[in-house]
Design a binder for this molecule. Structure first.
Ligand code: FAD
Length: 136
């Protein structure tokens, strides 16, 4: 099974309608393809992890890379894993960086990713949440 994580930048601040549309398509496609993962949106950034059968993950990533709703994708990690980190989530989602309690994103993401065995992935998500909680 392949697992990858990337970070990207949206052309404009995240809008609820755009995020809803991305999540709806992601969940539909990922469920059909056996892909699971987590998407965190903060400020203008996305941080996403995808995992599942190698061909399905690479196909999803190829589609995502071509999506004009974000740019400058940077692959943070990519490798084989023996077990899923994100269980049955076709695409878990959390949003931050839009105001409110600056500690919320940190807390929510910390809870979401706490069960992850992959310390590197855990650090990436917590680091991202920390950065964007402070940017609120
Ligand atoms: P359709 O949903 O039928 O879309 C057809 C085409 O229209 C696609 O090329 C699509 O990119 C484009 N399109 C649709 N809406 C818009 C819009 N509002 N603006 C510009 N172009 C648009 N897809 C997944 O399958 N799994 C994921 O986990 C996933 N995560 C994503 C994370 C982020 C941060 C972003 C920005 C997108 C993500 N997507 C994901 C969506 C992905 O980029 C593709 O849009 C989607 O996979 C295409 O699905 P489809 O082939 O069924 O085409």
């Amino acid at each position: 099974m392949l697992q990858l994580a990337y970070i990207s930048t949206a052309g404009q601040p995240h809008e609820a309608e755009t995020l809803d549309a991305i999540l709806a398509v992601s969940r539909r496609n990922n469920e059909a393809d056996g892909v699971t993962g987590l998407l965190v949106a903060g400020g203008r950034r996305f941080l996403q992890a995808l995992e599942g059968p190698e061909a399905a993950v690479l196909a999803a990533y190829a589609r995502i890379r071509q999506d004009p709703r974000h740019r400058a994708l940077v692959l943070l990690s990519c490798g084989t894993v023996t077990a899923r980190a994100f269980g049955n989530w076709s695409m878990g989602f959390e949003r931050g960086g839009s105001g409110g309690d600056a500690t919320d994103l940190r807390k929510v993401v910390a809870n979401l990713v706490a069960p992850l065995a992959d310390r590197n992935l855990l650090a990436q998500f917590n680091g991202f949440a920390d950065l964007h909680a402070r940017a609120c």
